[in-house]
Design a binder for this molecule. Structure first.
Ligand code: HEM
Ligand SMILES: *[C@@H]1O[C@H](CO)[C@@H](O)[C@H](O)[C@H]1NC(C)=O
Ligand SMILES: *[C@@H]1O[C@H](CO)[C@@H](O)[C@H](O)[C@H]1NC(C)=O
Length: 315
């Protein structure tokens, strides 16, 4: 009898712990009761930033991706470290303006509803709103309820896929390891319809005559744009760098992609899906939204609490 009730107590404790985890289950409209204006404040800040600078949505979408792939979507990409070795220090500083958009949204959210809306959720909403401003109104529901993590180290960014990977199966492992699929990778890579890349990242493709299959005229074009300067930037999607559209997939099919991980989508394995997306803009947008939600569900192992300042761990 005593043994039985001990089992019951232990089971009860386990259930309670599961309950804590459940309390963190993400759901759409998460702040409807606690901070009604949460999502509209984020949208307003993204829209203002986009009005001032057309390259902002790319930064915000990339920030959310990097946040989620390094120990789950926990806002760790926003943190600063006293030794200057946080996650953000491991990535090119292209996204700096993106950080300021998050800071402005957070300041307004703290004023409206103190210590309620997590930085990780702000990033997830801001990525969605980036798609919204670029498409002139396409909106998808983003589940909220993430907590902000307490760890951010440059050395933890090894989970991010390398742009030098040409093998589609090896590239896909960076996604399947996270519980995402090869198809998610093909669809999410469509984010490279936006934004830029530093010449230093791919200049080896311009000097190597044996490069597997980059269009020759395109390579000359890149050579001219880079002009031997690794700090120059070129569009990831030469077709339409500021358009959220399917022209990226056209670039893949015509061997006009800048980084090898994009070129990796051309070989037999994924080319059928690439053709399908390239032929159907609304299929791309719907698929992208669904994959972003799946990516936005990635969990880390040390969720903390809602931060007050997205750059600082709350003590
Ligand atoms: C498949 C694996 C991926 C690789 C290897 C990769 C690699 C890269 C690289 C090297 C850059 C340019 C960085 C620089 O030179 O400054 C870049 C930019 C970018 N990436 Fe990816 N990426 C991948 C997947 C993704 C995903 C899943 C997303 C979002 C859903 C994304 C969104 C972006 C955006 C929007 C930019 C442009 C940023 C800007 O212009 O500010 N990427 N990526
Ligand atoms: C970003 O990096 C470039 C070159 O690496 C540097 O010149 C520039 O000052 C940096 N920008 C910021 C805001 O740190
Ligand atoms: C792209 O490159 C591959 C070889 O890697 C080649 O088979 C294909 O014909 C090329 N496609 C175009 C449109 O240039």
């Amino acid at each position: 009898m005593a043994a039985l009730s001990l089992v019951a107590v232990v089971a009860g404790m386990l259930l309670q712990e599961a309950g804590v985890a459940d309390a963190q289950t993400l759901r759409a409209g998460y702040y409807d009761q606690t901070c009604r204006a949460a999502e509209s404040i984020v949208f307003d800040e993204v829209q203002k930033a986009w009005n001032a600078d057309r390259s902002i949505p790319a930064s915000l979408i990339r920030l959310h991706f990097h946040d989620c792939f390094v120990n789950g979507c926990d806002g760790s990409v926003l943190l600063e470290a006293s030794d200057g070795q946080a996650e953000k220090n491991a990535m090119p500083n292209l996204s700096l303006r993106g950080y300021e958009v998050i800071d402005r949204a957070k300041a307004r959210l703290e004023a409206a509803c103190k210590e309620t809306v997590s930085c990780a959720d702000i990033l997830a909403y801001a990525a969605r709103d980036s798609v919204r401003v670029m498409t002139g109104g396409y909106v998808y529901a983003v589940p909220g309820g993430r907590l902000d993590g307490t760890v951010s180290r440059a050395t933890m960014t090894g989970d991010l896929p390398p742009p030098t990977q040409r093998n589609v199966d090896q590239l896909a492992q960076y996604f399947t390891r996270k519980g995402l699929s090869l198809d998610d990778m093909v669809v999410l890579s469509g984010a490279h319809t936006l934004g830029v890349v530093h010449c230093g990242t791919f200049s080896y493709r311009l000097t190597n005559d044996a490069d597997k299959g980059m269009d020759a005229a395109f390579r000359n074009d890149l050579r001219r744009q880079c002009n031997n300067n690794p700090n120059n930037v070129v569009a990831l999607d030469a077709g339409s760098p500021y358009g959220f559209d399917i022209s990226y997939y056209g670039s893949v099919l015509s061997n006009r992609t800048v980084i090898e991980s994009d070129a990796a989508l051309n070989p037999p394995k994924t080319v059928a899906r690439v053709r399908q997306l390239q032929a159907n803009p609304s299929l791309f947008t719907d698929s992208f939204a669904a994959a972003m939600v799946r990516m936005g569900n990635l969990r880390g192992c040390n969720p903390g609490k809602v931060r007050v300042n997205c750059r600082r761990i709350r003590t």
